[in-house]
Design a protein around this ligand. Structure first.
Ligand code: ZN
Length: 193
């Protein structure tokens, strides 16, 4: 599997693309379920995520996964639901077209901070949260990058998403982190040289 694959509007995955080595992963975030009410990730990505999560916990903070692998069919259903509810124009703005979501690779996921409120488990994340500040600076040690960073919207084609982590392997993640670049820039500027 190509750990550096880019998936977006210009680089679509086919309906047949299902990642290898998907494993089920636990989360305590309520409502965070996608395929058959479970969350799946590529096996290596799942292992590295557990290590990252432990590291954050050791520092006294709690995070968990809110979204993992999404199948083509899932994205298709979601897209059609939005068309029915809000019309095609809104659907195109709010939901990724089937085949254009990186979540279909099994190599990325969304995480959030977890906390208690009114005796209920709640979750959220924004760039001011300590959890994000920590993850931003240690994720590369586990092979992850902030896939859609702030200020790189024109390159990635996506708004800043502090919660979306993508696995690229430790070597690549370190270079991307240290040079403050995106996966797109890494592939076009560093890999080609
Ligand atoms: Zn995401």
């Amino acid at each position: 599997m190509d750990l550096l694959m880019i998936v977006n509007k210009e680089n679509r995955l086919s309906k047949k693309f299902v990642p290898i080595d998907l494993v089920e992963i636990k989360t305590i975030i309520p409502g965070a379920v996608e395929v058959d009410r479970k969350i799946y990730l590529n096996k290596i990505v799942a292992e590295k995520w557990m290590e990252l999560k432990k590291h954050v916990e050791k520092l006294g903070y709690k995070i968990d996964i809110s979204s993992g692998y999404r199948s083509y069919e899932y994205q298709e259903k979601l897209f059609n639901k939005f068309i029915n509810q809000k019309g095609i124009e809104q659907a195109l703005k709010l939901v990724a077209l089937p085949g254009t979501s990186e979540h279909q690779t099994g190599l990325c996921f969304d995480y959030e901070k977890v906390y208690m409120e009114d005796d209920k488990i709640k979750s959220s994340l924004n760039e001011l949260d300590m959890e994000y500040k920590i993850v931003k600076d240690i994720a590369h040690k586990y092979g992850f990058i902030i896939r859609y960073p702030k200020g790189k919207e024109k390159i990635t084609g996506y708004s800043f998403e502090p919660w979306h982590l993508r696995y690229v392997g430790c070597e690549t993640a370190k270079i991307i982190y240290e040079n403050n670049i995106t996966l797109e820039e890494y592939k076009s500027k560093i890999l080609i040289k």
